[in-house]
Design a protein around this ligand. Structure first.
Ligand SMILES: Nc1nc2c(ncn2[C@@H]2O[C@H](COP(=O)(O)OP(=O)(O)O)[C@@H](O)[C@H]2O)c(=O)[nH]1
Ligand SMILES: [Mg+2]
Length: 569
């Protein structure tokens, strides 16, 4: 039988902007308050029935609603987004991006927007915490009427905040407008001011979601209950008295007791037989025998140890091999395993991994391996063995950090991962350059001062002034005709040994194996002697040389090229 399923709608946005509170208000619970015991019992999904929509949107409904309801899905915990995926796109038909009107854009707001854009998921914006605008009064139930009843000053503040966000969205390529001023819903994104505390705007939000679903998505919402069910795993959890369970969003077809199931695995597809089945009704799981899409369901089955959230699930009473292949192809399309140089990426679910990979690639970051689950020894070894110092790094999204010899960065915010990664690389790059530089002779230019010959020979000791660069011991000297001389033996200033002497300073320099008046003379200019190889490396690292050193390097090259015009080229 074909029928229109409910709308899958995911609530995304920055942490603490009120996603859970909005859903709590709609379902009349208090998950956000974190009451002990509630979390394990609750699922991050809720069936908003037509009755509930009618209750909130009383008087706003203009035509009969044809969709059976809205399956609202919350972003778990503090994770940045719920990238609920199904093959080729997002499982969500629509999204509600929740933004705190007083805080505006935050990193996870950007993150959510990028993912929505990537999957072309239609969305509306719930501008939450309206009640916290100072001076705001909840005077009337209908949102627009209430906005108009605020004092001029409060209205002004409200408009400023709202259009600030409209401006930000515009910069990011989105045309958004307050919902009551929208001319074309296919071109503009509706902003609905709401308060999870006073319920203001929630009716308007629900009616807009339902209206949009009906108008633009109805075809996509058609399902066939004769078909074998398709779903995505939302959460893997231990339920008291039952054992390991999977909370699943069934987005197509049908599932029933005794069904054979195929679940995507990291290495290969997992085959299990469904034992227990529950369906979410309002906000409770009720034992079920047979469930049609779209629904949140809970199942129990043996052998669920290697199952991760985000993995695809198929009912597979027939076509088993084909479905196994299909499911694994879907998983392999996300996971990355190469021998090339790149970083290691781990995430808690397939969906979040896909989102993370997308954002890393947008930032031109190469990935050697991307997989789900905790960070393993193998991950650390792979990172350690990468030949590029800048790639010796493991990124973990929403998983535990571990102690290791390589850099491990974990966070629940993708932008924080990116920030840390960039900081680490910048630091590494400098370190690598400095190591290279340590084994490289830097250019300098000195002058033997007139009247400061302290000793003729064995060793010769002469007073010099550093004209360009830094003079160092153990560096080979070159005359201004290009001939190599000897190494700088010692540098002394007022009886003290020096390792290096800066531009503009004078010092006594001792040289073994030369005689003043023969190989060297008063007033003569000397340079550091640089090999061609050394010269090429210096050119690569020009950003680490100062202006004077670059000048000295140029003079040295000129001298060398008098004898060999292709020197250092
Ligand atoms: N005053 C006020 N507080 C709110 C509102 N919505 C959420 N909060 C509070 O903001 C905090 C974070 O809300 P929560 O729903 O957990 O945010 P989430 O991380 O997006 O799910 C909680 O302390 C809520 O009570 C609102 O509309 N008005
Ligand atoms: Mg929450």
């Amino acid at each position: 039988m074909k029928y229109t399923r409910s709308l899958n709608c995911v609530f995304v946005g920055h942490v603490d902007h009120g996603k859970t509170s909005l859903l709590d208000k709609i379902r009349g619970t208090s998950v956000a308050k974190n009451e002990p015991g509630l979390i394990t019992q609750s699922i991050n999904a809720y069936n908003i029935s037509l009755k509930t929509i009618e209750k909130f949107a009383f008087g706003l409904i203009k035509e009969k609603l044809k969709i059976p309801g809205i399956l609202a899905i919350d972003s778990p915990g503090h994770a940045a987004f719920t990238n609920l995926r199904k093959r080729g796109g997002s499982l969500a038909d629509m999204a509600v991006l929740v933004i705190d009107i007083n805080e505006g854009f935050k990193p996870q707001t950007h993150e959510a927007l990028e993912i929505l854009k990537h999957y072309k998921t239609p969305f509306v914006i719930a501008l939450n915490k309206l009640d916290l605008i100072s001076g705001w009064h909840n005077k009337d139930k209908a949102l627009i009427k209430n906005i108009n009843l605020q004092s001029e000053n409060v209205k002004k503040i409200f408009d400023e905040k709202l259009y600030n966000i409209v401006g930000k969205l515009y910069e990011l390529g989105f045309n958004a407008e307050r919902f009551d001023k929208i001319e074309d819903y296919t071109k503009q994104i509706a902003i609905i001011p709401v308060s999870a505390k006073t319920s203001e705007g929630i009716g308007e939000l629900l009616i807009i979601l339902a209206g949009l679903a009906q108008k633009f998505l109805e075809k996509n919402l058609e399902v066939d209950t004769e078909k074998q069910g398709k779903g995505t795993i939302l959460e893997v959890k231990d339920v008291k008295g039952i054992g390991k369970c999977l909370d699943i969003i069934l987005y197509d077809g049908n599932i029933k007791e005794g069904d054979k199931l195929i679940i995507g695995g990291i290495k290969s597809a997992i085959e299990v037989k469904l034992r227990g089945l529950w369906a979410l009704q309002e906000n409770k799981f009720i034992k079920a025998i047979n469930v049609n899409a779209a629904s949140a369901i809970r199942i129990n089955a043996p052998n669920l140890d290697d199952v991760y959230s985000g993995m695809p699930l198929r009912v597979a009473n027939f076509n088993v091999e084909k479905l196994k292949e299909e499911v694994q192809r879907e998983v392999q399309n996300v996971l990355i395993e190469t021998e090339k140089s790149g970083i290691i990426v781990k995430a808690d679910s397939l969906g979040s991994l896909e989102g993370l990979i997308y954002l890393l690639k947008e930032n031109n970051i190469k990935i050697k391996k991307a997989s789900i689950g905790e960070i393993t020894k193998d991950d650390l070894i792979k990172a350690e063995n990468d030949k590029d110092e800048l790639n010796k790094i493991v990124l973990g999204f929403n998983i535990k950090n571990v102690k290791a010899n390589v850099k491990v960065i974990t966070s629940q915010v993708i932008y924080a991962l990116l920030d840390e990664l960039n900081k680490f690389r910048e630091y590494k790059r400098k370190e690598v350059d400095l190591i290279k530089l340590g084994s490289i002779i830097k250019p300098f230019k000195i002058k033997i001062l007139n009247g400061y010959i302290f000793r003729q020979s064995n060793p010769a000791v002469v007073g010099v002034e550093v004209l360009l660069g830094i003079l160092k011991t153990n560096v080979m000297l070159m005359k201004d005709n290009g001939l190599s001389l000897v190494e700088v033996k010692e540098l002394q200033n007022e009886g003290k040994n020096m390792k290096e002497v800066k531009t503009g300073e004078q010092v006594a320099m001792s040289l073994q194996g030369v005689i003043v008046g023969r190989q060297i003379n008063e007033g003569e200019i000397l340079y550091s002697d640089i090999t061609e190889d050394n010269f090429r490396k210096l050119k690569e690292m020009k950003k680490l040389l100062n202006e004077q050193e670059i000048k000295a390097l140029k003079e040295i090259a000129e001298i060398k090229r008098r004898n060999n015009s292709l020197w250092g080229v």
